[in-house]
Write a protein that binds this ligand. Structure first.
Ligand code: COS
Length: 395
């Protein structure tokens, strides 16, 4: 095989073009992304990043359909993961901007009509429209099917009423894919709508400050009227659309975790090699070596799970279980790897503005958003029991 052994991770699941893509993104990110440290105005920074990612051509990978600017007919999940992992290595805000363009427009790529795709996707690809995915509510986070935002039929359209929270890109998005209840209770009564940001009745109630700053908001929809053409998929299809979109993007959350962890591991290793104590270097001490070895094994195992899930999805398989496995393992182990790096670097590890300190904050939300670790465990167990003929829900 030869070459850089670090680049060998995940190799069995990658094609030659993926390896070249990783090199290109890495080169671009090294030249264009300043550092992991957080910018003062995240809204401005995020909008600028979306535009730059669009101009550089990377957003062509997060949408499906060549006709709409995508690189392929579907979304190549391995490419999405490679780009997200590489951006995460350099900048948590850049990987966020890239990923949210994908998650926010994912339901349109996967389920939109030709007219919907033609209207929204080219702008997403160009970085001219910021996308957002609005599923969570104050009373419906992990239990997404409990959502209460309502969509009432009204003439030739629908009127949306309710609240959405923890909405990434909330306040800066140009459109939101909003999941709302059109019927009864439970998952079967949920539908998806594309809501343009300027539609009267849609407003930001509160901006939310998270541990790793990025645009995040609580939204209110009051008498928010959308045309029938804004319904995504069919009425009652919303929950399935949300879950299938999450299956794809949860794999890329795992990839982001790999990028953060890989950076922390490199920072800590370089530090350990030069840091002198007790007449030797930190790297030569056995406790350090044991910790480093554990970090490397975790990272490689997480990489393999992530790219296996992406490879299976690219081959057309349903990957509910594999995506959940990749997300929970990669994010949990990345947290442990980054914590290990902080510990190795001592005071520097917790000093504001240091790379590992910002990684320590950047990784934490990944174990919660797009399905908390506990939800991934429930999904994995449900899928395994199903393989044994036991029909169980997660409840
Ligand atoms: N792909 C396609 N369809 C899916 C699916 C998937 N991955 N997962 C579920 N569905 C379908 C099911 O097949 C079922 O359809 P039928 O009724 O026709 O059989 C329907 O959707 C309901 O599924 P389920 O019974 O699993 O619904 P639950 O309410 O039990 O869902 C979980 C439970 C935990 C899986 C769901 O609520 C979840 O993923 N929660 C986390 C939400 C989340 O990620 N929030 C973050 C928001 S984005 S930051």
């Amino acid at each position: 095989m030869g070459g850089d052994p670090k680049a060998a991770a995940g190799l069995p699941f990658l094609d030659e073009e993926h390896i070249s893509l990783r090199e290109e993104v890495s080169r671009w990110a090294g030249e264009h992304l300043p550092s992991l440290s957080q910018e003062a105005d995240v809204d401005l920074a995020c909008r600028r990043l979306v535009r730059d990612l669009g101009r550089a051509g990377w957003l062509r990978y997060v949408v499906g359909g060549r006709e709409y600017g995508g690189v392929a007919e579907g979304i190549d999940v391995r490419s999405v993961c490679l780009i997200r992992e590489t951006l995460a290595y350099h900048s948590s805000l850049a990987e966020f901007a890239f990923a949210m363009q994908g998650l926010g427009s994912g339901p349109i790529s996967l389920y939109g009509t030709q007219a919907q795709r033609r209207r929204y996707l080219p702008k997403v690809v160009a970085g001219e429209a910021v996308a957002a995915f609005a599923l969570s509510e104050p009373g419906a986070g992990s239990d997404a099917a409990a959502l209460e935002c309502r969509a009432y039929p009204d003439g030739d359209g629908y009127v949306l009423e309710g609240e959405k929270t923890w909405i990434s890109n909330g306040g800066i998005a140009d459109f939101y894919v909003v999941f709302a209840r059109t019927d009864g209770e439970g998952p079967g009564g949920i539908s998806a709508f594309i809501v343009d940001a300027e539609v009267p009745g849609l407003r930001v109630k509160e901006r939310i400050q998270a541990i790793a700053p990025h645009p995040l908001a609580h939204l209110v929809l009051e008498g928010c009227r959308v045309a029938r053409e804004q319904v995504l998929g069919g009425i009652g299809e919303g929950f399935r659309i949300a879950m299938a979109t999450l299956d794809l993007f949860r794999i890329s959350v795992a990839a982001a975790a790999l990028g953060f962890a890989r950076r922390a591991l490199e920072e800590a290793t370089r530090y350990a090699l030069q840091r002198r104590m007790f007449g030797t270097t930190l790297a030569r001490m056995q406790l350090t070596r044991a910790r480093l070895a554990q970090m490397v094994v975790d990272l490689e195992a997480a990489t393999l799970l992530t790219y296996r899930a992406a490879w299976l999805r690219d081959r057309g398989f349903r990957v509910t279980k594999e995506a959940a496995m990749a997300k929970v393992f990669a994010t949990e182990r990345a947290q442990a790897i980054i914590d290990g790096a902080v510990q190795m670097m001592g005071g520097l590890g917790v000093k504001g503005g240091e790379v590992v300190e910002s990684l320590f904050r950047a990784i934490r939300p990944l174990r919660i958003y797009e399905g908390a670790s506990e939800i991934q465990w429930l999904i994995i167990a449900r899928e395994v029991l199903r393989e044994y003929g036991e029909e169980v829900g997660v409840r």
